[in-house]
Design a protein around this ligand. Structure first.
Ligand SMILES: Nc1ncnc2c1ncn2[C@@H]1O[C@H](COP(=O)(O)OP(=O)(O)OP(=O)(O)O)[C@@H](O)[C@H]1O
Length: 200
């Protein structure tokens, strides 16, 4: 049997508290390596909007099919917003590897734990803020959060930082203090001398 594409194109899970700088760093990584990485296509039960194509913006699906896949543990993460379901399926991550790209998963701690229960052969990087105080400053500076949402994000950040301290929780921890240093650290670990974590 041919080896699964995820053996060669190992997905990378990047987690870390909201506001730590994941989007900022990933944007740079994608710009420096435009053909190497990809995001998985999410499932949704909402209707396609004009111009949206099944399998491109989303995998459009019915509520029944969605819930079937939930029951089969087919999702890494799933949630309900405004009456519709959304989720990242294990298969969608494999689809990225099948296209010879490394899937980058920007997910929360619960999703990460779910990935560990799959055969996705992922590598795990935790992006840590220098401190909770600095994280709060950045979230306030970004100007996207209400006080409520800020409080929730900081509480969740405490959980994630605690989990990250457990041995074996992540393969690599990058502290995003100085942006240049953090980017070099993250890139060098992800690229891994051109092996991208694969054994050969
Ligand atoms: N090293 C850094 N020093 C100072 N500010 C930074 C640094 N890295 C990122 N920021 C700023 O912190 C804010 C949060 O960054 P970003 O939006 O990338 O976080 P995120 O982890 O992707 O958050 P979310 O998970 O909520 O999308 C942004 O305003 C960004 O410009």
């Amino acid at each position: 049997m041919a080896p699964a594409a995820v053996q060669k194109f190992r997905p990378v899970v990047i987690s870390g508290p909201s506001g730590t700088g994941k989007s900022t760093l990933l944007k740079r990584l994608f710009a420096e390596y435009p053909d190497k990485f990809g995001f998985s296509v999410s499932h949704t039960t909402r209707s396609p909007r004009p111009g949206e194509q099944d399998g491109r913006e989303y995998n459009f699906t019915t509520k029944e099919a969605f819930l079937d896949l939930v029951a089969q543990n087919g999702f890494i993460e799933n949630a309900q917003f405004g009456g519709n379901y959304y989720g990242t399926s294990v298969q969608a991550v494999k689809d990225v590897a099948d296209k010879s790209r490394i899937c980058i998963l920007d997910i929360e701690m619960e999703g990460l734990k779910q990935v560990k229960r799959t055969d996705l052969n992922a590598r795990f990087l935790f992006l840590s803020p220098p401190s909770l105080e600095e994280l709060e400053r950045r979230l306030r500076g970004r100007g996207t959060e209400s006080e409520d949402s800020l409080g929730q994000r900081l509480a969740q950040a405490r959980n994630e930082l605690e989990y990250a301290q457990q041995p074996g929780a992540h393969d690599k921890i990058v502290v995003n203090d100085d942006l240049e240093t953090a980017y070099t650290d993250l890139r060098d670990w992800v690229v891994d001398g051109g092996r991208f974590g694969a054994s050969e």
